[in-house]
Design a protein around this ligand. Structure first.
Ligand code: PLP
Length: 386
């Protein structure tokens, strides 16, 4: 969909910087303008200009959507006000009586959306362990319209086989949606693996600086894109121009940041796995991870998220989050700064179909110096286990 043919074969980092973002022909501005306007003058009665009212679209949104589509290898992309607004648009394609098969280990807000909101509109969901292919196959019903995957899963960091699972969904005439927020398009390309829609909280790695809320859907099916665009405009879950700009700016450094996030997460996981105060580490980049081989095939690197449990249970876990100095105790992920949290109390307080240990900690590795992060964990573990 890009009007810049010289970028069609360009690499990820080049497209992240240039797609949709030619210098402004009027002024030469290299940074894409923020079109802070609600309406657009119509120069003639009956003209078909690209923009009329900013809920339906604006040039800043178009620029972001072009780069989003390019990074996921999609034909089209839609930007939303939040990740949950994007998910809501997908679920609005369903009708009462439809059924969803979803990973039992999805983000708590996704679980809440399915079980507390869309359940009231006649949509039922079966949650299933997506690492068990036979269980996923068995969960399909004649009225199943959607397979909802998240990989790596949140917060247990299990890896779902997108190719195998989307093939099952296709054989049941159901669509596959992959919430690819944890991996970002830099690490995993869901559409190339057979998914119909890649869904994102762009609040996370795309934005990358913990200063904006946003969401996105990318697809390589023009009919789906048309339906979703209709829903977004009808429902009105659109992002603000300044937020679009921040996400577009974040995307320019996505590849560099992802490399640093992954390097730090790998080092942290390896450090924790050897630490005597640690009970278990969940990270796809560890050889001990049950889907390590699948992650190696499916992912460019293993991601910036690490979950783990400490010896000493809940009390030790609480002491740990209160003892770190560089890792901020906070929800969210994917920003330049490292965060630590307790999923049972924070991100998954809204509920989960999967059992989350009460003493599970989840780290979003930032891009600080690796040694500083490890030193901070070392001092915090000393305090929490004493
Ligand atoms: N998907 C995942 C994996 C998330 O972690 C989150 C938020 O934490 C969301 C979706 C929802 O995104 P947002 O908070 O931008 O609505």
């Amino acid at each position: 969909m890009t009007q810049q043919p010289h970028l069609n074969t360009a690499g990820f980092a080049t497209r992240a910087i240039h797609v949709g973002q030619e210098p402004d022909p009027q002024t030469g501005a290299v940074s894409f303008p923020i079109y802070q306007t609600s309406t657009f003058a119509q120069f003639e009665v009956g003209s078909s200009q690209p923009y009329d009212y900013a809920r339906s679209g604006n040039p800043t949104r178009t620029a972001l959507e072009q780069v989003l589509a390019s990074l996921d290898g999609g034909c089209d992309a839609l930007a939303f006000a939040s990740g949950l607004a994007a998910e809501t648009a997908v679920l609005h394609m369903l009708s009462p009586g439809d059924h969803v098969v979803a990973s039992d280990d999805v983000y708590g807000g996704t679980h809440r959306l399915l079980t507390k909101i869309f359940s009231n509109h006649g949509i039922t969901t079966t949650f299933v362990d997506v690492t068990d292919i036979a269980a996923v196959q068995a969960a399909f019903l004649p009225n199943t319209k959607l397979l909802w995957l998240e990989t790596p899963t949140n917060p247990m960091l299990r890896v779902a086989d997108i190719s195998a699972l989307s093939a099952i969904a296709k054989s049941h005439n159901a669509l596959t949606v992959v919430d690819n927020t944890f991996a970002s398009p830099y690490l995993v390309q869901p559409l190339a693996l057979g998914a119909d829609i890649a869904s994102y909280s762009t609040t996370k790695y795309h934005g990358g600086h913990s200063d904006v809320i946003g969401g996105a859907l990318v697809t390589n099916n023009p009919e789906l894109a048309k339906k979703l665009r209709y829903i977004e405009n009808a429902v009105g879950s659109v992002p603000a121009p300044w937020d679009l700009f921040l996400i577009m700016r974040g995307i320019k450094t996505l590849s560099l940041r992802m490399q640093a996030h992954c390097r730090n997460a790998q080092a942290i996981a390896e450090y924790l796995e050897k630490h005597p105060a640690i009970e278990h580490v969940y990270y796809p980049g560890l050889k001990s991870h049950p889907q390590h081989d699948l992650a190696t095939r499916q992912m460019r690197m293993y991601g910036g998220m690490v979950s783990f449990t400490v010896k000493g249970g809940v009390a030790a876990a609480h002491r740990l989050v209160e003892s770190t100095k560089l890792f901020t105790y906070a929800v969210s992920l994917g920003g330049v700064e490292s965060l630590i949290e307790l999923p049972r109390i924070l991100t998954h307080a809204a509920g989960s179909a999967h059992e989350i240990p009460a003493h599970l900690l989840r780290i979003s590795a930032g891009i600080e110096e690796t040694e500083d992060l490890i030193a901070d964990l070392a001092q915090a573990l000393k305090q929490s286990s004493s």
